[in-house]
Design a protein around this ligand. Structure first.
Ligand SMILES: *Cc1c(COP(=O)(O)O)cnc(C)c1O
Length: 464
């Protein structure tokens, strides 16, 4: 093993020298750890996994340090990981990160810029501003727009949804959220956090917002323009469905309501020429949530809130003399504090920028097309299979299915058995008042044999 300087730093003249041997250690431990798993998950379920981790960890904070801790703990974490790069790991919107994005993220950790003031992040702050605007342009293309849109970097869809509600409230002093039954839970939680009234919830009978019900709700609410915020979803977490965005946008315009679109999942379709038309209407939203740690193959965290009118961001303006003194701002030091509610803030933009530039539009579009194709292929396999029932053709990359004639209890048991054995990770979703197995396909390199193997595993684990 290479000599380790426990107090060695990651940046500075010795940084690369200190890091290089540690990278070897990390890569080796990732490999040996993963090799102990029978599949995408460790075998044995929560109790056994916890016991092995406790054993590996030993004393969490010993009196004298242990130079093998890096290897020990990375090995233990890899051995006990749910590996999203395994083709049979398909439960959640939990993507396998790109190697190039992960390498960039290491550089962000080493350089450790903090995006709350220019003097902690001179180049990173400019990169964030340029790439944020380029991503905002994807949502709000330059043709026909009246303002230059912007995008804030967030920790994910949850923070982006919270900010969307906050910006709406600050614009009008008050806001009533209207959402559908299919809305992500983070929106309801954001109303609670911000002390807003309970959301008005309209039905989503086929898994998407019912425009007629929205029309009724907006008529009933009335109120001055903008005090109602409609939140639509492009890519529901359960089924990957997209609300009828053009109809919803028209209703919002007619009733003077503000529109937010939670495209944490579906926003990734912007990257594909083939699938982008499914997002028609997105441009008409005041704010849009995106999540590049879903269909964007970024390590967590990589969320964004795109804002059509940058004046809406003035609400976040904030002053702290040590970070953005007026005379510093007047002298030309960029004021960054109004770009987030956080203070110290990681350069998550670096991995995003490296990914966009390395893969380009065609490269990222191809990844989106691949996962959507896999979903179509899986749905076809299920549809012709005598022992499975398909919920519906996929809209994005989520496929819901269940063993034919199984009870909900059996569906839940099959899922848990596969998890406990460590063989496959499938999600679950309740739709039409029945429990479905959910395959969320985010791995571009999954092959047809993997999909067939997944079905075979489920079939083999279903009692008849
Ligand atoms: C994932 C998701 C969120 C939450 O995003 P996080 O990144 O987990 O905070 C919000 N809305 C939708 C539709 C999602 O799929």
């Amino acid at each position: 093993m290479s000599p380790l300087t426990p107090g060695g730093l990651a940046s500075g003249p010795q940084g690369p020298k200190n890091l290089r041997p540690l990278l070897d250690t990390v890569l080796d431990a990732l490999e040996t750890g993963a090799a102990t798993r029978p599949g995408p998950l460790p075998a044995g379920g929560p109790a056994e996994v916890a016991a092995r981790l406790r054993e590996a960890l030993g004393e969490p904070f010993p009196h004298h340090g242990d130079e093998h801790a890096l290897h020990t703990l990375v090995h233990a974490l890899a051995a006990g990981a749910a590996d999203p790069a395994h083709p049979l790991c398909a439960a959640h919107l939990h993507c396998p990160p790109l190697a190039v994005a992960t390498a960039a993220d290491l550089a962000a950790s080493a350089l450790n810029p903090s995006l709350d003031s220019w003097d902690q992040a001179p180049a990173a702050s400019e990169l964030e501003s340029l790439v944020g605007r380029a991503l905002a342009d994807e949502v709000y293309p330059p043709v026909g727009r009246t303002a230059t849109p912007d995008a804030l970097v967030t920790t994910g869809g949850t923070e982006a949804n919270q900010l969307a509600l906050l910006l709406a409230r600050e614009k009008h002093g008050h806001v009533q959220l209207v959402q559908a039954e299919n809305a992500h839970h983070s929106l309801h939680r954001a109303t609670w956090l911000l002390g807003l009234p309970e959301p008005v919830t309209v039905p989503a009978p086929a898994g998407t917002m019912d425009p007629a019900a929205l029309d009724q709700a907006l008529t009933a609410l009335g109120g001055p323009p903008g005090t109602v915020l409609v939140a639509a979803t492009a890519g529901t977490t359960d089924a990957g469905l997209i609300d009828p965005l053009p109809d919803i946008a028209t209703l919002c315009e007619t009733h003077g309501a503000r529109l937010h679109i939670d495209a944490a999942y579906g926003g990734g379709l912007l990257l594909s020429d083939r699938h982008r038309p499914q997002l028609d209407g997105l441009t008409r939203a005041h704010t849009v949530t995106l999540d590049l740690h879903k269909l964007g193959w970024q390590p967590v965290a990589a969320g964004l809130l795109a804002v059509r009118d940058p004046r809406d961001l003035h609400a976040l303006g904030h002053h702290a003399d040590y970070l953005n003194a007026d005379d510093d701002t007047e002298a030309g030091l960029p004021d960054l504090l109004g770009r987030s509610l956080r203070t110290t803030r990681r350069a998550d933009i670096l991995k995003i920028a490296v990914t966009l530039k390395t893969l380009g539009r065609t490269g990222l579009g191809a990844l989106v097309d691949q996962v959507c194709d896999h979903a179509t292929a899986l749905a076809e396999l299920i549809d012709v299979h005598p022992h499975f029932e398909l919920y519906d053709r996929p809209t994005i990359s989520t496929v819901l299915f269940r063993p034919a004639h199984a009870t909900d209890t059996t569906v839940a048991d099959v899922r848990r058995t596969l998890l406990t054995e460590g063989r496959a990770v499938l999600g679950r979703a309740r739709l039409d008042n029945r429990l479905w197995l959910k395959a969320t396909l985010l791995n571009p390199h999954t092959g047809p044999d993997d999909l067939a193997a997944l079905l075979k595993l489920v079939e083999g684990h279903t009692p008849r």
